[in-house]
Write a protein that binds this ligand. Sequence first.
Ligand code: DOR
Ligand code: ZN
Length: 352
Amino acid sequence: MNSSKRSLTLRTPDDCHLHLRDAEMLKRAVNHTASEFGRAVVMPNLKTPVTTVKRARDYRKRIQAAVEDQFSFIPLMTLYLTDNTRPDDITEAATTDWLVGAKLYPAGATTNSSSGVSSIVKLMPILEKMAQTGLILQVHGEVTDPHIDIFDREAVFIEQVLSPIVHELPELKIVLEHITTRQGIEFVKTSSENIAGSLTPQHMLFNRNELFRGGMRPHHYCLPILKRENHRAALASAATSGNPKFFLGTDSAPHAQQAKEAACGCAGCYSAHAAMPMYARLFEHYEALDKLEQFSSVNGAHFYGLDLNPGTITLAKESWQVPDSYSVENGESVVPLFAGEKMDWKVIPDMT
Ligand code: DOR
Ligand code: ZN
């Protein structure tokens, strides 16, 4: 890595956890991501969830069609697990080289998760098939019991759901997605090499005070919800430590402005417009810019068994202002993280 104070050239990174949606919103979101990343693991929680290989193949084609010619971008897909997923779906998925996993949403945990998994016991044969075929399990790690405090749902999930799965199926490769707690970090660190974790910019740059700084801030509301400062610090320390078990997954999740700024606003932060500048801000703060490439461009690819991306991106230490919103062709708009604020790192387009 070529690192100086003013610019940083990194191997092209991967976003290992991304929401792109469909139709006009997809067009908007995918080109932000493709301007920074070579590949992304695209989450399957569409309104009609991506539950079969056929749906995943069709969605992937729509994504590829939405990428502007100037970019080279490879969408990697994951299947949405339900109570009705069949072992054959897993066998079929494992024969492709573009379906890299299957996603466990506990039913009701988050956006478009109502068809998610309601019984882990019933899911076990599917998880066994995944372990046999090498398909990676991606986990939204929160219990859905409304009696459990929203800030405790990840820690309780790890104890009551994830630990037993890992104990039963030690050979299953699992990504604990968007880790938000020190318990999540500890769990990944102390588990076998089959267990890894992805980390978002918002959970490492903000603690839960950001939900209420000067008033209610719907654009900082995502799930799992932002946590206390000691948790944020644990995530940042893991990401910047160079530990190969942790890698970049933005969880960038666009929602229309009206759906966020509402009496019952949707969960999700949009970060695709400036994901690498946000991570660079964090790594610079921790004096760990030399570890950024490993986190963004190496660890995820290794865990997924992928070659590293060819090519590089350059980040310059240059101030720019994030727009208040981005318009979408259907007339909606998306309010990005850091809307109207200054970013101090900028992605410089590759001129070759
Ligand atoms: O905040 C979130 N938004 N968390 C998720 O798990 C899903 C995502 C979305 O799809 O909007
Ligand atoms: Zn997500």
